[in-house]
Design a binder for this molecule. Structure first.
Ligand code: SF4
Ligand code: SF4
Ligand code: SF4
Length: 168
């Protein structure tokens, strides 16, 4: 994962005011549902091919297909302003680990930790050979790489305040 200043600023933009709980593409703002025409331009522009049309018809990120590099190509492609095109777009999502995590069941797995370029994931050893995954939301960028590589589908995303440590 990249970790340059411009990307960091991009990720540390103001928290989302989008009222939809869905993982709409970066830059989705409070007026997203009114402005998005479901044209699919953002989906076609995404080099990672992770922007898909949801059942609602609106675009959403699908981390089972890959991670977001925050390249902003989707934002630049949007013809309606549904995705903000200023210097501080919003991406408030942070990873959390759910009950299907293999480590929680005592099965050796550090795939998400290995995949996280931001070092936001770590494990706390507990009894019975189990380990509890912990996510530092200050370090997590919500890129989705951990979800992409997780063999158990245990990673979900929530809007989270910075400074938290999310525990499964
Ligand atoms: S920022 Fe780039 S990688 Fe992320 S969803 Fe948009 S086009 Fe795809
Ligand atoms: S390019 Fe903009 S208007 Fe078109 S589907 Fe994507 S977000 Fe909606
Ligand atoms: S989404 Fe996952 S891989 Fe990306 S920074 Fe957060 S914990 Fe690391």
């Amino acid at each position: 994962m990249m970790s340059n200043p411009s990307r960091r600023n991009f990720l540390r933009g103001r928290l989302s005011t989008c009222r939809s709980p869905a993982l709409h593409p970066p830059g989705a703002h409070a007026g997203f549902l009114q402005l998005c025409t479901q044209c699919g331009d953002c989906s076609r522009a995404c080099p990672q091919a992770i922007v898909v049309q949801s059942v609602s018809g609106f675009p959403e990120l699908d981390f089972s297909k890959g991670a977001c590099t925050f390249c902003q190509d989707c934002m630049r492609a949007c013809p309606t302003g549904a995705l903000a095109q200023d210097d501080t777009p919003e991406w408030p999502w942070r990873a959390s680990v759910g009950a299907t995590c293999l480590s929680l069941a005592g099965i050796a797995c550090r795939t998400c930790e290995d995949g996280c370029g931001e070092r936001a994931l770590r494990f706390r050893l507990v009894t019975g050979g189990r380990a509890i995954p912990l996510i530092d939301t200050d370090l997590c960028t919500g890129c989705g790489e951990c979800a992409y590589v997780c063999p158990a589908g245990a990673i979900t995303f929530t809007v989270s305040q910075p400074g938290q440590e999310v525990q499964a």
